[in-house]
Design a protein around this ligand. Structure first.
Ligand code: SF4
Ligand code: SF4
Length: 279
């Protein structure tokens, strides 16, 4: 039986289309033909990472880095508050680059079946996952020193939604090409290994107020949650998932996710009732 698309799928699709429309409209506005009622927002104006990139200049000089607007600060704060409660839900539900990688991943899954997303040995993969923190440090340092968006030249998100404008550097096309090819073998490779914004939001997993919990008393150890996790997190061996790579996608949960046992894998503040009774 064909599976019904999930709520997450619809939200991802809608936001991808919205961002694409905003990007195209901005180009049209610059040539005097913008879509009525849509305003003139640029891609930078709707990106919350811009808020993080400009923080140093905002604090030290009360100015914004070139191309960044107040809206990025507002979006940054909204995403931070949502992450404080639910972790990086922005990555799992909203970011169009994450969605794009998932769509390419569907081709990889068809070709490689169970091997998909399992090519890199754990002994190497676990270190590669920290690369994104190095990239974050580089981006923040370079942006602070130069006053321009240092990441833009290699940003696959910027390339994906601006490739027709002539503003994209060749390095941007190379990065996007690498992301597309890797996505055929690895699920969300950019999120796992390179995204500086994912690095920031991943930290919220360590203390978010609504953690992902596994009910160890009802769990049948089928490992369906492990197989469903795009970030290769070992969900079935965790009591509370605090992995810095979780993107709060709900794919492992009992609520519309892979876990076949009701009330076993859930985002919740308190412990499971059955857990308390059996203990
Ligand atoms: S499948 Fe579960 S553990 Fe894996 S990223 Fe999604 S919510 Fe986090
Ligand atoms: S999918 Fe559910 S029942 Fe299966 S191992 Fe994971 S938590 Fe346990």
């Amino acid at each position: 039986m064909k599976k019904k698309p999930k709520l997450r799928t619809w939200i991802q699709l809608a936001l991808f289309i919205l961002i694409a429309i905003i990007a195209v409209n901005h180009t049209l506005v610059e040539s005097g033909n913008g879509i009525p009622l849509l305003g003139s927002a640029s891609l930078h104006a709707v990106c919350p990472f811009g808020g993080v990139e400009t923080l140093y200049h905002l604090i030290t000089a009360d100015t914004f880095v070139k191309k960044i607007h107040e809206s990025s600060i507002v979006l940054m704060l909204i995403v931070f508050v949502s992450s404080l409660f639910l972790g990086p839900i922005f990555c799992g539900w909203i970011c169009p680059l994450g969605t794009f990688q998932e769509w390419i991943g569907k081709v990889g899954k068809k070709v490689f079946k169970k091997k998909y997303n399992r090519f890199i040995p754990y002994s190497i993969d676990k270190y590669l996952r920290y690369l994104r923190y190095g990239l974050l440090a580089w981006v923040l340092y370079m942006t602070a020193m130069s006053g321009v968006l240092a990441f833009e030249k290699i940003d696959p998100f910027f390339t994906l939604f601006q490739f027709w404008t002539g503003e994209v550097a060749i390095t941007g096309f190379i990065t996007l090409g690498i992301v597309i090819i890797l996505s055929l073998f690895v699920e969300r490779p950019f999120c796992k290994y390179a995204c500086p914004y994912g690095a920031v939001l991943g930290v919220f997993n360590l203390f978010r107020l609504i953690p992902l919990r596994r009910n160890i008393n009802t769990c049948i150890n089928c490992k369906a949650c492990d197989r469903a996790c795009p970030m290769n997190i070992s969900v079935s061996t965790s009591g509370k998932v605090r992995d810095h790579q979780c993107i709060s996608c709900y794919e492992c949960t009992s609520d519309d996710g892979a876990c076949p046992v009701p009330n076993t894998m859930e985002f919740r503040t308190n412990k499971f009732k059955t857990e308390e009774i059996i203990k």
